[in-house]
Design a protein around this ligand. Sequence first.
Ligand code: 4AD
Ligand code: MG
Length: 462
Amino acid sequence: MQRIKINDIFDPALIGKEVSVMGWVRTRRGNKHVQFVALNDGSTIRNLQIVFDLEKFSEADLKLITTGSSIHVIGSLVESQGKGQSVEVQADKLHVFGAADPEEYPLQKKGHTLEFLREKAHLRPRTNTFGAVLRVRSALAFAVHKFFQERGFFYLNTPLITASDCEGAGAMFQVTTMDLNNLPRLEDGKVDFSADFFGKPTALTVSGQLEGELGATALGAIYTFGPTFRAENSNTPRHLAEFWMIEPEVAFFDITDNMDLAEDFIKYCVRYALDHCKDDLEFLQQMYDKDLINRLEESIKESFVRLTYTEGVEILKNSGKKFEFPVEWGTDLQSEHERFLVEEHFKRPVILTDYPKEIKAFYMKLNEDGKTVRAMDVLFPQIGEIIGGSEREADYEKLLGRINELDIPMKDMWWYLDTRKFGTVPHSGFGLGFERLVLFVTGMTNIRDVIPFPRTPNNAEF
Ligand code: 4AD
Ligand code: MG
């Protein structure tokens, strides 16, 4: 008999039919005559109630049905008499796949804290909260591909192991096969990387952008969607050492086109989740964030505010607010500044543009003022920076000038510079931190709770 997923079982046409269901037991309760089991198979936040008549089953048959055990039930689907569910299964046959000793299974009672569940990340996908978050995450990943594919972008896979540092922040994880306890040395005592696997120092990538630009200046419009790695030691609710980034890159695109794309893209993803993850979002709203669905609806109705960094700094300086980090033109904005602009001043998403060149990466297009670059950061309520991007410097001489100013080794950059030497075009792109989008859409507050197995300083368990 074909198994039916619980998500498909609430179909009125199935009432009265015999069904076969499999899943993990959430709870069991009842009395001497009848036992009720709440079964979940991960396909939906909703549990299916299974009714065991004790005239058909003995206590011994049901003994192994405890929270966390896995079972197979065949029975008839009937309209439910009780409150809280529309249908239930009257069990005829039971098979227990695996028991879960109540003394040992950690997810016994409801209402574990999120901190506790982080230590049980191997089992937490079985909770309502993580089931909901992971289903929303999956739907958003699908929406990302759908958005770009429908618009003629090509999905480009860029390397994870790289010899160049895209963002120049120096926060990279080294990749080596050398024995760290016995490193080959040059005469001056430095490590001899010619003996390493790639014959030179390599690291995990912080961004696929540079290779993305190679794709865009050939295919016209590409996007990447893959893991990125940053060894920055920032233990915050917004930073992971391993996170997923989506990086579109488009030829013949200026900064305004880029802002329009970023805004459309985020709104599309939020709309997709609202349309396809209703049950899960309602659950998350009820449990964690009473205003969640309303906030999501509002965020896609209004257009994002667009202003320059210089204007933003003026607003912050005139706000009369005491910030932990004072703002001056030229300083990088902290999360408190970004959140003030978004949550208190404008009360909607903001795109800040034209940052001082000193605080942005080498590849951004220099403005006529010689001081600012055509950068754009999209700032979101609760999140801060959700997107970072720019129009790229398309002029060979100017780009070379920046590379030299910043002392970036040419041996890493010659191939990138070739895009400006041969048929250069104006082009732009951005990077969206996927987990920050999932944070916004689920209303969760810690980035460790929107990725199945988070990687953060001192934490690589599971
Ligand atoms: O602003 P970033 O550093 O931009 C880039 O990497 C560019 N190469 C993107 C591009 O133009 N193609 O990072 C982009 C986004 C940030 O806005 C943020 O959402 C996310 O990536 N991000 C992180 N997310 C989680 N943990 C971290 N440590 C992150 N660092 C950046
Ligand atoms: Mg950034």
